[in-house]
Design a protein around this ligand. Structure first.
Ligand code: ATP
Ligand code: BTN
Length: 319
């Protein structure tokens, strides 16, 4: 078995719940107890909390529902790949774009090189979050791509509401927030133009049940289990998000951003709040008045209400 296949097999056992002795795990996998212990260390390095009790064995600190290829394939009509250990789900689809059809999906349990905007790191521990990407050939071309992170964000918030999970908000242009803390991020990447169409990969990372011990996040963050009043299934969330993305992207192809402006504004975390827009070394302060049909954020200053758009702009809460 390849190295990480052994770790995945151990995690499959542990995800059943209860204690699993090193001896039993070793027997099941045909490896020694010392090898089990080495793999457990590797699994911990993926960000999974496992504790060990003398005489009982190993147990997950929190229950874990692994993504299931069977469950997903029963509910998805789009081609999808579940690759438990990956560098980045966005990169995976970008590398294979020439052989993909619109709507093809990649989903993972752990990313070693998850990324955010402008080369920032997306912290991606195993099994506790979602890492989901979709390839889409946008017939409207490159110019229409700017609106995509907005469309995808609206689709996710509405899908959560349909599942009975309320209160998730949008931060222009690519984040999902709850109680002013970052819950999820969206990254749209372009891999060039085929004729008039743009080849795009959209990715989302959403924290579901991330350990407080995680390192490397330099801003307030939260997980979906702090938002939801009821338990949810990781597999069902993947299915709901994929369906919501497909239908939102089809709407967008047909009608553009017009139909999304109202939907965005309803969920805008900063609507009518004072913020700072950071643009390189320029900084502008004002009150957010939602977005317009080009996808620009509208900021009210002494000069009136003005649209701002562009990948280099960051919106910051005013302290
Ligand atoms: P911007 O407004 O420019 O998008 P941002 O700080 O949200 O600013 P992004 O590039 O969108 O930056 O996202 C990357 C940032 O998100 C990282 O620098 C880190 O602060 C934060 N981050 C990384 N991993 C996670 C995670 N799993 N959950 C929440 N936040 C994270
Ligand atoms: C951001 O807030 O800047 C966007 C973060 C996007 C993270 C997701 S996780 C799935 C996909 N694969 C990546 O490497 N990044 C996106």
């Amino acid at each position: 078995m390849k190295e990480h296949h052994v770790k995945l097999a151990i995690l499959t056992q542990l995800s059943q719940g209860g204690f699993h002795s090193g001896e039993m795990l070793g027997e099941q996998l045909g490896i020694s107890r010392a090898a089990v212990s080495k793999h457990i260390k590797g699994i911990r390095d993926w960000g999974v909390d496992i504790f060990r009790v003398q005489g009982k064995g190993y147990q997950l600190a929190t229950p874990m529902e692994l993504l299931s290829r069977e469950h997903l394939s029963q509910h998805l009509s789009t081609p999808f790949e579940l690759i438990p250990i990956i560098d980045s789900t966005n990169q995976y689809l970008l590398d294979r774009q020439h052989n993909l059809e619109s709507g093809a999906v990649c989903v993972s349990e752990y990313q070693s090189k998850g990324r955010g905007r402008r080369g920032r790191q997306w912290v991606s521990p195993f099994g506790s979050n979602l890492y989901l990407s979709m390839y889409w050939k946008l017939e409207a071309g490159m110019a229409a791509a700017m609106g995509l992170s907005l469309v995808i964000g609206v689709a996710i918030v509405e899908a959560l509401e349909q599942l009975g999970i309320d209160g998730v908000k949008l931060k222009w242009p690519n984040d999902l927030y709850f109680n002013d803390k970052k819950l999820a991020g969206i990254l749209v990447e372009m891999s060039g133009q085929a004729g008039g169409a743009a080849n795009l990969v959209m990715g989302m990372g959403m924290n579901l049940n991330m350990s407080e011990q995680v390192e490397g996040i330099d801003q307030p963050w939260t997980s979906l289990n702090d938002v939801a009043n009821q338990p949810f299934s990781r597999n069902d969330l993947v299915i709901a998000f994929i369906h919501a993305w497909q239908s939102a992207l089809e709407d967008y192809e047909m009608c553009g951003l017009h139909g999304f402006v109202e939907r965005w504004n309803r969920h805008d975390n900063f609507l009518n709040r004072e913020v700072r827009l950071v643009m390189g070394n320029r900084d502008i302060q004002g009150v957010v008045r939602g977005i317009d049909a080009t996808g620009a954020v509208l900021l009210e200053t002494e000069a009136g209400i003005q649209p701002f758009i562009g990948g280099e702009i960051s919106l910051r809460k005013l302290n």
